[in-house]
Ligand binder design. Structure first.
Ligand code: PFF
Ligand code: NA
Length: 448
């Protein structure tokens, strides 16, 4: 495994690459719109920076001390109930399931990149028709792009940690930063920028429902790629001298900044053309394209830059979803990287096809379970149930089942004994309880 370690910078970049994804550029702005702006952003900032950093520290430490695949790490590091804890490692299946439909969404983005060249929809109505047509009738286009994502992601994973994952992040992440910087500077110079700032930062606490708080906690986990064995797996290839506390803070700050910058860009553009912050997923795929159109000749360039940025963010996240399971197969079954990667990739590819067919009107009756299609089910079960469960497993594990002296021995030198105590209290009691509340609420078992 030694030849396949990250460099310190490469690790941060790869972790940030995993964290910064559709969750920042697509989901964060629309949930912010849905839950009324400022107050939601404030809660999200608090949870991403505090809860997020505490759990990131946990995952980095498990990886750094465990140095193996997720399943083996839970098994080896547990001081009791080893055989039971091994099962916690199987959270690595969750990102692979997420990848199935995440890949389809990246495919839509590719389609929109192509559309930026061919011409944008001139009205919201037209924009909506185009998106719905793609989603509910166009198997061919979606299948083509899903296949491209499958080939791309597999090709990168086949090259391993350093030559694959680290390298692609070293190329795509700086480009992503550059594009966001260009779009951000462009937005700052538009009048409605201040309106966007007010929308995102003026807290109206009357809008702050318990629901919004719970969604913010869920979003903080999703956005930092926590609770899925991803950061744990990446951290197993961490260079020895890496500082897990500093790395966690850095990853969390960068991920949060990208979400805020993306939000400011999107809302500035929307408000400039008098568009509302649409509820739901349509923000990026329906509202924005017609807004870009209204920007006239520069509109298609803006659209192109914007969709390329999301595509880059998506691809680096997609890669991180594949690696945990690949690493598990390689370690536990002595498989070659090629074999492990192909098994995992074909799994997500096939499941992704089923997911995309479940949105197609002709096929959806076969792929409906109750009210929802397979696509929505996968997203619902993964993001709202399995990710928080994974988060609970991680913090309960490190808080109660790992050797306390070892953990203290790592953390006290980095952040002092007081903060280490605070951290222990959070991971032992506060975060597990908060996550249970998230699950109960989001599944509708008990609404707070
Ligand atoms: N953190 C990513 C985002 O915000 O888009 C999402 C994500 C990455 C989810 C990796 C799951 C995952 F395995
Ligand atoms: Na994110």
């Amino acid at each position: 495994m030694n030849s396949s370690r990250f460099t310190r910078f490469g690790f941060i970049l790869a972790a940030v690459g995993s964290a910064v994804g559709l969750g920042n550029v697509w989901k964060f702005p629309y949930v912010t719109g849905e839950y009324g702006g400022g107050a939601f952003v404030l809660v999200y900032l608090a949870t991403a920076l505090f809860v997020g950093v505490f759990v990131l520290i946990s995952e980095l430490l498990i990886g750094k001390l465990g140095r193996s695949d997720a399943v083996s790490m839970f098994e080896n590091l547990a001081v009791r109930n080893k055989k039971l804890w091994k099962w916690a490692g199987f959270i690595v299946i969750v990102p692979l399931i997420i990848l199935s439909y995440y890949s389809v969404v990246i495919g839509w983005i590719f389609h929109y990149i192509a559309m930026s060249f061919q011409g944008l929809p001139s009205t919201v109505e037209q924009s909506k028709d185009i998106f719905m047509a793609l989603l509910t009738t166009d198997v061919q286009t979606q299948l083509m792009y899903h296949t491209i994502v499958f080939v791309l992601v597999t090709a990168i994973i086949l090259r391993g940690i350093k030559d694959g994952i680290e390298k692609i992040n070293k190329i795509l992440m700086p480009l992503l930063a550059l594009i966001l910087a260009i779009l951000f500077v462009y937005s700052i110079n538009i009048d409605s920028f201040s309106k966007a700032v007010h929308f995102m930062f003026d807290p109206d606490f009357s809008k702050l429902t318990s629901e919004a708080i719970i969604v913010a906690i869920g979003q903080a986990f999703y956005t930092l790629s926590l609770g899925m064995g991803i950061i744990i797996t990446y951290a197993a290839s961490l260079p020895k001298e890496a500082n897990v506390v500093k790395s966690s803070i850095l990853i969390s700050i960068i991920d949060t900044m990208v979400a805020i910058v993306a939000g400011l860009i999107i809302f500035t553009l929307l408000f400039d053309k008098g568009a509302e912050s649409t509820k739901g997923a349509g923000l990026v795929f329906i509202s924005l394209p017609s807004v870009f159109y209204e920007f006239g000749s520069i509109g298609s360039t803006l659209a192109l830059l914007f969709f390329i940025a999301i595509a880059f963010a998506g691809i680096t996240s997609a890669i991180s979803m594949l690696e945990p399971m690949v690493s598990y197969f390689m370690n536990r079954f002595d498989m070659s990287r090629i074999k492990a990667a192909l098994i995992c990739s074909i799994f997500f590819y096939v499941l992704g096809i089923a997911a995309l067919l479940s949105n197609i009107s002709d096929y959806s009756p076969m792929l409906m379970i109750g009210e929802k299609g397979l696509f929505d089910w996968l997203d619902f079960v993964c993001s709202t149930i399995l990710v928080p469960i994974g988060g609970i497993l991680v913090v309960v594990f490190i808080g109660h089942f790992m050797d306390k002296e070892t953990v203290e021995g790592e953390l006290v030198p980095l952040m002092g004994s007081f903060l280490t105590k605070v951290w222990f209290f959070m991971v032992r009691y506060v975060i597990p309880i908060a996550l249970v509340v998230v699950i109960l609420n989001e599944t509708g078992i008990f609404k707070f």
